[in-house]
Design a protein around this ligand. Sequence first.
Ligand code: ATP
Length: 240
Amino acid sequence: MNSLAVEVKGLRKVFKDVVAVKDISFTVNGGEVFGLVGPNGAGKTTTLRILATILKPTSGSVRIFGKDVVKETDAVRRMISYLPEEAGAYKYLTGYEYLRLMSRVYGKGDEALEDGIKLSGLGDALNRYVSTYSKGMKRRLQVARTLMVRPRLAIMDEPTSGLDVVHAVYLRDAIREYVRRYGITVILSSHNMLEVEYLCDRVALVNKGRIALVGKPQDLMAEYGAKNLEEVFVRVVRNA
Ligand code: ATP
């Protein structure tokens, strides 16, 4: 699939006196897993929230599969599924009830529910109330919810944050396998460079509200003669 999934042009977002995003442009191809990385406060979450139609840009434009996020918000919302940085879940439902509710809200059937159950990897814990879940368990439920509806574009803000190594690896594998199987395009943010190297076809380094670097992880490492992405990014950020 080579269609253009995301087209961000000259994006800028100002909150009162804070310029969160200065001038960001990039594209994501259909079927691609695209990562945003960068220091705290660089503008990653703000960018993802604009893509998810939660925030309006101050200027610039964002198109998702050709639809403008400001002028064609409803059409965009039908194509996306968004995992916020800190997503709550309905406390008075069991994990299973939550996934079932979400599959219905999105107008999807039992197939989505079955996928959600598998993706979460929560097993019998799905019969417990979400209020009894650990932070990592809630995250796994939320990632499963985001992907199971098979959106054209999944927007995930730090999908594996708060997960232990074993569960992060499980979820990374599940994400990779699932999105490839269904041709889901993904844009995600992460602070974990290993994760980005493993999951992402291309990655953009956001620094101070701008894109400092974009490319395939392997190409960026070769260009900088670096052993890993962490080394590339520390160098770029320090020299900025
Ligand atoms: P992190 O890696 O810490 O999650 P980030 O790259 O996602 O950071 P953003 O959350 O996009 O960064 O924040 C970019 C800048 O915009 C920061 O200076 C932040 O304080 C500011 N900002 C974000 N949201 C708001 C808001 N609602 N009101 C005012 N300032 C905001």
